[in-house]
Design a binder for this molecule. Structure first.
Ligand code: MG
Ligand code: ZN
Length: 479
């Protein structure tokens, strides 16, 4: 406790020294330490749910407000995010990686309270394994679960479940989910490619360890009450929300997952112990890397519905804490671009297909008013039609800017992906500054028991420290 308290006061003092008179230092230090030095509260929350919107910087939660606005009213309606805003979090990684974090370093900070290098999974800068909040929760007799829309061995969930020097070691990370002891009672997400391999079938190994396995959303309705669950629903990440058979798959999985963790506690007579759960809207980041506003908003919508469900859960289980934040912001997304004072969500709200799906269809079909109206769900202008046609016909082989795009995608499809996004950017007037991450602070939302602890400006490592404390870990033993 002492350690992290002094580190926090120190960083705060540095900020105030640079900007204000010395007299403010004490006030500022006091204000921050108020949230951070709180002694362990008497009534620890029974359940803790950590929610991460990967890449969800403040521009995304703001854009989502305009996106979900009822255009028939003069006010812009409040969102589930707005209701629970508590503060901001800084996200910078260990100095060796500069100030711009990746998902691995940031999730490691959020899961362990320790800053590390970009790429690190649950290890510090010396590659030493650090205990995560999920591991600690498990040791306290809590049930644990992970629900994500990426593959379950992707950087964010892996940083709660594994320890590896590199996020890229996907097979090793998947193997460790068995080899280093099974740490969760519930895993829902994607990842057949890594869990059912030629050299090893981890799904069979999970089954042999007593797990119930499901591979389609229908089976989320019927888990056996006494078995832990592994649910994999895609080869890698789940399909884009807009293309998925269930556009709100994260909220559906979350509902099923929470009910199951409660069933498991009851069967094991551990009903008083509660659970720890990590939920990730993984693909806000993937859309953002591609500077793809319509998919980003659809992923945000799935995440928002998930948090609305959690609100409802906390109403009925007030001994639960929910913390929602992002690991970093992605894409340098701007709500209004090119000096034009305008941002329109209208066409984004009615999208029925992902940008990638639309581009694929346009690659193999003639581009005309009929097909584009079907695919975009609005009428394209002559100008937009010729933009699409030109890009298709003049496509040259180019290296894709989207790291999630297959290298075998034909040039015409790549060119169309780009121009479909351009149509959506022009319609909405969205701006982008990068295909990567940015170092801007991210919003922190929380509700439920002791949610007030997350007020103000904090570092991502503080979030882990507060969660450790609320899981009853002695402060002097916090990393
Ligand atoms: Mg992630
Ligand atoms: Zn990213």
């Amino acid at each position: 406790m002492k350690l992290f308290l002094s580190a926090i006061s120190l960083s705060l003092l540095c900020v105030s020294c640079a900007n204000t008179a010395h007299v403010n230092d004490n006030i500022a230090a006091q204000e921050t330490t108020n949230t951070l030095t709180t002694v362990m509260p008497a009534n620890l929350p029974k359940n803790i749910i950590m929610v991460i919107g990967d890449g969800m910087g403040p521009a995304y939660t703001t854009a989502y407000r305009y996106f979900s606005d009822n255009p028939k009213t003069t006010v812009v309606e409040e969102t589930v995010f707005d209701r629970h805003l508590k503060g901001l979090s800084s996200t910078y990684p260990a100095p060796v990686s500069g100030v711009v974090t990746d998902s691995a370093a940031s999730a490691t900070a959020l899961s362990t309270g320790v800053k590390s290098y970009n790429g690190a999974i649950g290890v510090d800068v010396n590659k030493k394994e650090i205990q995560t909040v999920l591991e600690w929760a498990k040791l306290q007799g809590k049930k644990t679960g992970v629900v994500v829309t990426s593959q379950i061995n992707h950087a964010t969930p892996a940083s709660y479940l594994a320890h590896n020097e590199s996020r890229r070691n996907y097979n090793e990370i998947a193997d460790s989910y068995i080899d280093n002891g099974i740490k969760a009672d519930l895993y829902l997400g994607g990842g057949w490619k890594y869990f059912i391999r030629e050299d090893r079938n981890l799904v069979d190994e999970f089954k042999q360890s007593g797990f119930h396995y499901v591979d389609n959303y229908q089976d989320l309705k019927s888990f056996p009450k006494d078995k832990p669950v592994l649910g994999l629903f895609a080869d890698v990440g789940l399909p884009w929300a807009l293309d998925d058979t269930n556009k709100h798959r994260l909220s559906t999985m979350t509902k099923a997952g929470i009910h199951h963790l409660i069933d498991l506690q009851e069967t094991d007579d551990l009903a008083d112990n509660g659970f720890f759960m990590l939920i990730e809207g993984s693909q806000v980041d993937w859309a953002a890397h591609g500077n793809d506003i319509s998919d980003a908003m659809a992923e945000m919508d799935d995440l928002a519905k998930t948090i609305e469900y959690l609100e409802h859960f906390v109403e009925h289980h007030p001994d639960t804490l929910v913390v929602v934040t992002a690991d970093h912001s992605t894409g340098g997304f701007t709500i209004a671009a090119n000096g034009k004072y305008e941002w329109n969500a209208e066409t984004l709200r009615t999208m029925k297909h992902s940008v990638n799906y639309i581009a694929k269809q346009l690659t193999t079909n003639e581009i005309n008013a009929k097909i584009t109206t079907e695919l975009f769900n609005f009428e394209l202008s002559e100008e937009e039609l010729s933009l699409l046609n030109d890009s298709k016909n003049n496509a040259t082989i180019e290296k894709t800017a989207n790291m999630y795009q297959s290298k075998t995608t034909p040039a015409s499809e790549l060119a169309l992906i780009k121009s479909v996004k351009k149509v959506m950017d022009m319609r909405s007037n969205s701006g982008w500054t990068t295909g990567g991450h940015t170092a801007i602070d991210v919003p922190v939302f929380s509700f439920g028991q002791h949610s007030e602890l997350f007020k103000g400006l904090q570092d991502n490592t503080d979030i882990a420290k507060k969660i450790f404390m609320l899981l009853g870990k002695d402060n002097s033993k916090i990393n």
